[in-house]
Design a protein. Structure first.
Length: 238
């Protein structure tokens, strides 16, 4: 038992010098280094890779049932047309039914029904002709919207952050050379990004029944830019 106690005590005495040496090295490093606080920026660009077409389907009639039947039929037919096109997805939302009373005519009212439909595709050559067909069928096109898909956003964000870090490295190397020093390491690096570009929304393009032979709407994708920033404390030494 005594021998065990002695060995433990001996091990403890061996650890103390190592700890002291490490602390001394850290103190010496702190005395010989210069700290710079820098910030850098980076960007990444790409063409939007998905197009959205926003529709509103509405109908008015003397009864709620008749108004709803018209809307339901139009929405059903639009979905069936969308399903025939590979790569086009759809979302149906915001169903609304309301009554409109005419104060000038007693017991006279009109029922209104409406719903929204959004079509999304990475292939504008497929979506735009379908958009024109749906306009001809009586759907109101409220707008066309180019945007970045979530997958594309993540890729661009990572690239922008990488470019921001590269900017930090260039700055630190340049400043270290000017101070006749060298970069030891980076400390406390933080990364952030700005909100993604707002979708590019084209004006709504309504089509009347009298213009069924008119061309489909057009939508040109414009380059989107993603921004990121990086900040860090840089240690320099002679």
């Amino acid at each position: 038992m005594k021998r065990h106690v002695m060995l433990v005590a001996l091990a403890a005495t061996m650890i103390v010098p190592a700890t002291i040496t490490q602390a001394a090295e850290t103190s010496a490093e702190n005395q010989n280094t210069t700290r710079l606080i820098l910030s850098g920026s980076g960007t990444a660009q790409a063409q939007p890779d998905q197009l959205k077409a926003h529709f509103r389907i509405e109908s008015r009639n003397s009864t709620a049932a008749a108004a709803q039947k018209t809307v339901n039929t139009l929405v059903h037919d639009a979905i069936e047309q969308a399903k025939k096109n590979k790569g086009i997805t759809y979302t149906v939302q915001n169903y609304d039914v309301s009554e409109w009373r005419d104060d000038k005519i007693k017991n006279k009212s009109t029922w209104s029904a409406s719903q929204t439909l959004t079509l999304v595709s990475a292939d504008s050559d497929a979506l735009l002709p379908l958009t024109g067909q749906l306009q001809s069928n009586g759907l109101l096109l409220e707008g066309l919207e180019w945007s970045l898909s979530p997958e594309k956003q993540n890729t661009l964000l990572l690239e922008a952050k990488k470019n921001a870090v590269t900017d930090l490295q260039k700055q630190s190397d340049t400043l270290a050379q000017a101070l006749k020093m060298h970069v030891v390491r980076f400390e406390r690096i933080s990364l952030s990004d700005t909100p993604f570009p707002r979708p590019l929304i084209m004006a709504a393009m309504a089509r009347s029944k009298m213009a069924e032979d008119a061309p489909a709407p057009s939508a040109t994708a414009e380059t989107q830019t993603v921004h990121a920033t990086a900040s860090a404390t840089v240690l320099l030494a002679p």
